[in-house]
Design a protein around this ligand. Sequence first.
Ligand code: DC
Length: 222
Amino acid sequence: MIIAIDGPAGSGKSTVAKMLAKHLGIRYLDTGAMYRALTWKAMQHKVNLDDERALCRLMDQTKIHFHYKEKGLLVFVDDKNVTHEIRSPSVTNNTHYISSKPGVRAVMVNLQREFALEGDTVAEGRDMGTVVFPDAEKKFFLDARIEERAKRRFYESESSNNENSFDGVLQEIELRDQRDTTRKESPLKISADSIYIDTTDLTINEVLHRIIKEVEPLMKNK
Ligand code: DC
């Protein structure tokens, strides 16, 4: 069984996807972390982020894997733990170079499908319901007003001592929305069969419970 969760930055999808996977006792796939991981490695190796062939070669030589801990998800590139590094502002700002390359996406999509072959999965990203898992049993699209999404990111970054201003965070999110929705390859969009949830005025637990209500009948039928 695959549960696909898509949505823009700050929509709450990562937090909810993690909690949902835990609640259901199934696997969690953070596809954004995979694009971030390759971005981190490309930056370390000073690969030209516009050179698709070089990035595909690098991807072939890269092993991305996850470890699941009680406290959260650990992300490894080859054997290095890069859980924190891949969330840095420079990686966040450069990931669009990687995620816009069709050759890189093709490899990522294969890896994501292989991951889901190994067991029931909550898969989270931008193109889970539209491209990677078009036959997912349930699809959700989480969204929220941009000011609310920026507010969430601002408080998150404040707790990690990031010195970005609220307006700076808002502008970054606007730019990421624009890049995610207008790129040629697998842009962020709502698939016709997904359940749309506006999380602007909802708590994480309220979002989670709405999703659980939709998904639990599937678990009972298994
Ligand atoms: O969800 P996130 O912020 O960790 O995603 C990081 C970047 O990767 C973001 O710029 C969009 C991109 N991404 C993508 O293109 N396709 C996915 N399935 C997941 C993320």
